[in-house]
Design a protein around this ligand. Sequence first.
Ligand code: FAD
Length: 438
Amino acid sequence: MNVAVIGAGWAGLAAAFRLKNAGAHVTVFEASGAPGGRARGVSDLRLGTIDNGQHLMLGAYTECLALIRQLSPQRPDTELLTRLPLTLESADGSFRLRAPRLIAPLNLLWALSFMRGLTIADRISALRMSIALRRKAWRALPDQSVHALLSQHNQSDALIRKIWEPLCLAALNTPIRQACAQLFLNVVRDGLGGSSIASDLIVPRVDLSSLWPAVAAQQVTTRYHHIVRNLQPQLDGVRVDGVLFDACILAVPPYAVQRVLAECLKANDPTALALQQSLQAFSYRSIATLTLQLKEPWSLPVPLMMLDEDAASLQVGQWVFSRANCRDQVTVVVSDSPDLLKVDRDALIDAVATQIRSQCLKHPKATGTLPAVIHHRLIVEKRATFEACPGLRRPATQTMWPGLLLAGDWTDTGYPAVLEGAVRSGLHAAETLLKQQD
Ligand SMILES: Cc1cc2nc3c(=O)[nH]c(=O)nc-3n(C[C@H](O)[C@H](O)[C@H](O)COP(=O)(O)OP(=O)(O)OC[C@H]3O[C@@H](n4cnc5c(N)ncnc54)[C@H](O)[C@@H]3O)c2cc1C
């Protein structure tokens, strides 16, 4: 079988690798010059290879982790990934939540009972909510927002500000009033309701392209710098810019699907119209990542820490990470960011360095003051994720055209826009295609 995969992101490459292992001849078309899509390594003259955005995985990301192992069997996990028991800690040490590696629900009960920085009443209220949600199999009300879910369970302002809001932004990149409660609960369910290591936080130790996408891309035919303009499903396959393939997996974001399928979507057909409408319904949110090169090596008390923000003084950092293998670099993440590219750059770097410095110095295990920042790189991904709002109708893998399948973090994965959703969607598209051929 001769298959075209459009898009060399995590979804497209997962599909391509699965199909290649099943004996298909796979050609991947990628608009840019490198594999990885929205999770990729970027070369910087002064900083070396960094990532386009700091990514965090969970122990529950089983398909991502399996791919990484399969593609680099000779490299131990510890060379590629840092694995930590779930720890959310503020940079100043005033708040801490730790989940020990215990089976669910003991991990969650322990974590919420022994949180630092919240009153006993708040801890009991968080515990009550998690027990109630677990009993309801982590089901939210239809079309409920995260904010409505938290209000329904009487979560205080302090609980929302210290735990739920940062967790929701980190997982869904969508503010709690707009974020879909069910998608949020799906992440909590798989992270905290599963095995004892499902809640582990996993930080890549190598750049995101080298982690596995570059290795997978080498095993199939890859055409970089090829922007696919037109797909035409036929009775005997799919034409990709005029060339006939037996089948095609379209693993590009919704706005790109609209362009590539423009002609087919014009068809006066209710199914085509429904797909067109669901593609148009997506809106997007940005994430900014600031990598700081420090004058000397320095490390945080914990590899990743939460920052208190103060947008008015440009102290916009939400999370700070020590970069594994680069002890003289830290990355700062701003989810759902304002347009930081328009802000005076020197003022921004000064403000964020002051933010980290002042908050980290208060931590009981402070390891000295943040050294001077000598270089930096700011990357703003304007369409980092789709807005994970309630009621969004996400298209399925199969389309009205038998040889054409969809993949990507935005398809109906049950997850928000995350790596695991992307990989699962790619594997699902490949499996669906293989079953069709049986
Ligand atoms: C800054 C940032 C931080 C993030 N943080 C996290 C995190 O901590 N944890 C997490 O799990 N997820 C995170 N995500 C989300 C995660 O990166 C995505 O869910 C995932 O990478 C999506 O993969 P994908 O394959 O579905 O899509 P994409 O990565 O968008 O891949 C689509 C590919 O298709 C190509 N393409 C588009 N149009 C065409 C065309 N016409 N012809 C050929 N090629 C085309 C694109 O160039 C791209 O390479 C983050 C994302 C960003 C941007």
